[in-house]
Design a protein around this ligand. Structure first.
Ligand code: FNR
Length: 179
């Protein structure tokens, strides 16, 4: 099975990138994980619909070629990041060409605060459902970076690792069942 993951932070010091490293470490060995990069996508506007740039065609092809997608999202102003919004806009267009339609997906994220991206993930799930993705409902994982002691290079304490491990194994099962 091939699972793509998209990190919603562009920061070199991203805690969510650190979380993605833990996810990959804790996933079953027979699953291939690959990052779908969003950093260099230009800002979407619908004038591109007649002539999508190669980088956006690549994004769509990578999503469509994966058995499922995991979104690792930060929370920005009580929603998901602008870069992730932008990637979803590219993936959902041109009109009618929804790359995520029918695709099993799961969301996770870390923020330093106690709510650990709960609001961002609520918003993200809503957008994903609109674009036709099959969104895993349970288990949820709202990781508090302070509580789990996550670092950008993938450090995490034992309690945090256990939560991430259970979550990613459930996400892999969900994707396997719905791919
Ligand atoms: C934040 N942060 C933040 N945290 C949170 O829990 N809820 C929020 O609404 C926001 N809003 C917000 C807006 C903006 C513009 C920034 C830059 C940051 C803090 C955020 O959770 C923190 O910077 C994380 O470390 C971001 O994730 P990455 O970039 O480390 O993966």
């Amino acid at each position: 099975m091939k699972i793509g993951y998209i990190i919603g932070s562009l920061s070199e010091q991203s805690l969510n990138r650190g979380l993605s490293k833990v996810l990959v470490e804790e996933a079953p060995e027979d699953v291939e994980f690959f990052e779908i990069p969003i950093k260099d996508l230009p800002l979407y506007n619908r004038d591109f619909d007649a002539n999508y740039p190669q980088i956006a065609l690549d994004l769509k092809a990578e999503i469509e070629g994966a058995d499922g997608i995991i979104f690792v999202t930060p929370e920005h102003n009580r929603t998901f990041s602008a870069s992730l919004h932008n990637a979803l806009e590219w993936a959902s267009r041109p009109y009618g060409q929804l790359s995520l339609a029918g695709k099993p997906v799961a969301t996770i994220g870390v923020s330093p605060s106690g709510i650990g991206t709960a609001v961002a993930q609520r918003q993200l799930r809503s957008s994903l459902l609109f674009t036709g993705a099959l969104v895993m409902g349970q288990p949820e994982a709202y990781i508090s970076g302070i509580q789990a002691e996550i670092t950008p290079d993938g450090g995490i304490n034992d309690g945090g690792r256990e939560v991430v491990s259970q979550w990613v194994n459930a996400a892999v099962k969900f994707i396997e069942a719905h791919k």
